[in-house]
Design a protein around this ligand. Structure first.
Ligand code: HAX
Length: 433
């Protein structure tokens, strides 16, 4: 057993007893009510599932195991030599274990993932069989499905496994999957955009640094961006489409590969993760139509109004839960101020930030006129020459694996049951009223 697996078992398994006692004592307490609007409105007002890794406050933003993003900058002092962005291994450890890691914990995790990182050949063969023009997110989910042949959970279930032990092969799948995703994603990038010139992993590098290296970007600042990007996109509590899908599909005891592939199909929607691609398309469309690299605020305002008049959303703005500027946007802004304060696209992102909220607010229906995580990320990547925006959601997906896979370990450790909310027809609802 690896040391993290031991520690996870010691931490998570006793929680079952605690939760059972809690539910026995308080299981009948009412914690909320919901309305017909909530039912038709995508269940946003309904607290209906438990996720341990992070919690979203609509005003303050995300807290990972109790720590906000600014707090984590102080608490996670796990840098590579010469760097100042915490490595994502640290946030994974925090989400899985519920406690801050030591330097040794983080180093062990880097080594653990490096050991598990070998992707079976047939996964590359499957990708090679796809037309090169296949959207990178489609390639990504197909590759994850191809890796399902490796599922330790599926093999253990087939042999017959005690339900108390489900967490163990789940942990194995989760760790293998996270370890292999950067290689798979980088392969998709290099086959789609870089003439199939693939780059071998460098096992001496940290997980995110190695990802940047395999993508073909070896500048230290890009590796720093990868560490920030992989950390802040990792989790956003349990109800967003990708996290909820992982939990829902996983609740049928579908193995982690099946659950994560399903989640990535959700992330590929433009109202969720694909928004990072849409933002760059929208910004570039604006600059092209105005024939300038830095549109004025007046020009931006007009472009926003035109977008809305065409019945389209302004990508990167709004959120189902947040009601303030997303702290993940703010942390990317901080990175840009440090590394690229004069970049045209970045400055346009900042000008859009000044112009869009009052316009959205004036519509009177948008609950959150502020930017979300996707409003900034593409401009940072463009700065380093990664201009292929169709790939951006794959990077989001690699990061999202950290949170949703840590949660799936907890789902199995806590023996959370099949998820099956009740639905109703409009006719039945009307009769009820
Ligand atoms: N531009 C224009 N209109 C918007 C808007 C935006 N950015 N955000 C919300 N609205 C509109 C909605 O379309 C809706 O209009 P209708 O009543 O005509 O249908 C109305 O305002 C109310 O919507 P809401 O309650 O404020 O927002 P929802 O919770 O329904 O939806 C969305 C949240 C994120 C889907 C929404 O704000 C949106 O479409 N934003 C643009 C796409 C985007 O950036 N998505 C990424 C979100 C973050 C994320 O998951 N990242 O991965």
């Amino acid at each position: 057993m690896d040391s993290l697996k031991n520690k996870f078992a010691e931490k998570a398994l006793p929680e079952v007893v605690k939760i059972k006692q809690f539910a026995k004592a308080h299981g009948d307490k009412v914690i909320g009510t919901y309305t017909i609007d909530d039912i038709y409105g995508g269940m946003k007002g309904i607290t209906g599932l438990v996720t341990e890794t992070s919690l979203l406050d609509s005003n303050e933003g995300i807290r990972f195991r109790g720590y906000s993003i600014p707090e984590l900058r102080e608490k996670l002092q796990h840098f590579v030599e010469g760097g100042s962005e915490p490595v994502p291994e640290a946030i994974f450890y925090l989400m899985l274990m519920g406690e801050l890691p030591s330097n040794e914990d983080v180093q062990n995790l880097t080594n653990n993932w490096a050991r598990r990182a070998i992707v079976p050949r047939h996964v590359f063969n499957v990708l090679d069989a796809l037309p090169r023009a296949t959207h990178p997110m489609t390639q990504f989910t197909i590759a994850i499905m191809a890796m399902q042949t490796e599922s330790v959970f599926a093999a253990s279930y087939r042999k017959g496994i005690n339900k108390k032990d489900y967490w163990d092969p789940t942990y194995e799948d989760v760790m293998n999957l996270i370890a292999r995703l950067p290689r798979v994603a980088a392969y998709i990038y290099r086959r789609t955009y870089k003439n199939d010139e693939h780059i071998e992993p460098d096992p001496k590098l940290d997980w995110a640094g190695n990802f940047g290296h395999m993508l073909g970007y070896d500048e230290p600042d890009f590796a720093e961006l990868m560490r920030l990007y992989m950390t802040i996109h990792s989790d956003h509590e349990g109800g967003n489409v990708s996290a909820h899908t992982t939990h829902l599909v996983g609740s049928a005891l579908s193995d982690p590969y099946l659950a994560f592939a399903a989640a990535m199909n959700g992330l590929a929607g433009p109202l969720h993760g694909l928004a990072n691609q849409e933002v760059i398309r929208w910004l570039q469309g604006m600059c092209e139509s105005l024939n300038t690299k830095r549109p004025t605020k007046e020009q931006i305002a007009q472009y926003v109004k035109d977008t809305l008049a065409q019945g389209q959303v302004v990508p990167g703005y709004g959120h189902a839960v947040l009601r303030k500027t997303d702290p993940r946007f703010v942390s990317q802004m901080g990175f840009a101020k440090k590394h690229m304060p004069d970049d045209d696209m970045v400055n346009t992102v900042w000008n859009v930030y000044e112009v869009v909220p009052p316009i959205l607010e004036s519509l009177g229906k948008v609950k959150n006129p502020w930017p979300n995580v996707d409003a900034h990320s593409g401009a940072l990547l463009q700065h380093y020459g990664m201009v292929e925006e169709d790939f951006y959601t794959v990077m989001f997906g690699v990061s999202r694996s950290l949170g949703v896979m840590a949660s799936l370990c907890w789902d199995r450790a806590l023996s959370l049951p099949l998820e099956r909310p009740k639905s109703i027809t409009t006719e039945a609802l009307m009769k009820m009223i």
